[in-house]
Design a protein around this ligand. Structure first.
Ligand code: AMP
Length: 121
């Protein structure tokens, strides 16, 4: 998709630190890591979010989860545990509308994200 950042990373037009490639997925390090391990797993095909991907190609959503687990194992965080996140829509913090699975770990993570908007507190 034109002007999609992650389509351009998949195409090799924008550099990224790739950690895993499969026939249908690519995984690369987040440019602004929120944990010692912070990797994004994306399908090569453009889908806007997790639900639209699940509707269009449920097997591909499962591949993202399995790739996330493979990345976690390669990073040595499958034992202690890791978090998989699929932000959906602006209030979740989704900024790139090409579905991406965040793989976060390497430290003890807080329990859920804290609200930061008007409802906080
Ligand atoms: P989200 O906020 O869930 O849409 O996640 C988008 C993520 O993409 C953020 O964590 C960004 O830090 C990350 N990101 C943005 N641009 C790049 C890039 N060029 N390479 C790697 N990660 C990026």
């Amino acid at each position: 998709v034109a002007d999609c950042l992650f389509c351009r990373i998949v195409a090799g037009e924008i550099p990224a630190t790739l950690v895993r490639r499969t026939e249908r997925t690519v995984a690369f390090r987040d440019i602004a890591p929120q944990a010692p391990t912070h990797v994004l797993v994306v399908p090569r095909a453009h889908h806007e979010n997790a639900a639209s991907l699940a509707a269009a190609d449920p097997g591909l959503l499962a591949e993202l989860v399995l790739d996330g687990a493979a990345v976690a194992a390669a990073e040595g965080i499958d034992g202690p545990g890791y978090r998989l996140v699929l932000n959906t829509g602006p209030e979740s913090g989704q900024t790139v509308f090409h579905v991406h699975l965040h793989v976060l770990g390497g430290t003890a993570l807080g329990h859920f994200g804290a609200p930061t908007g008007p409802a906080a507190g």
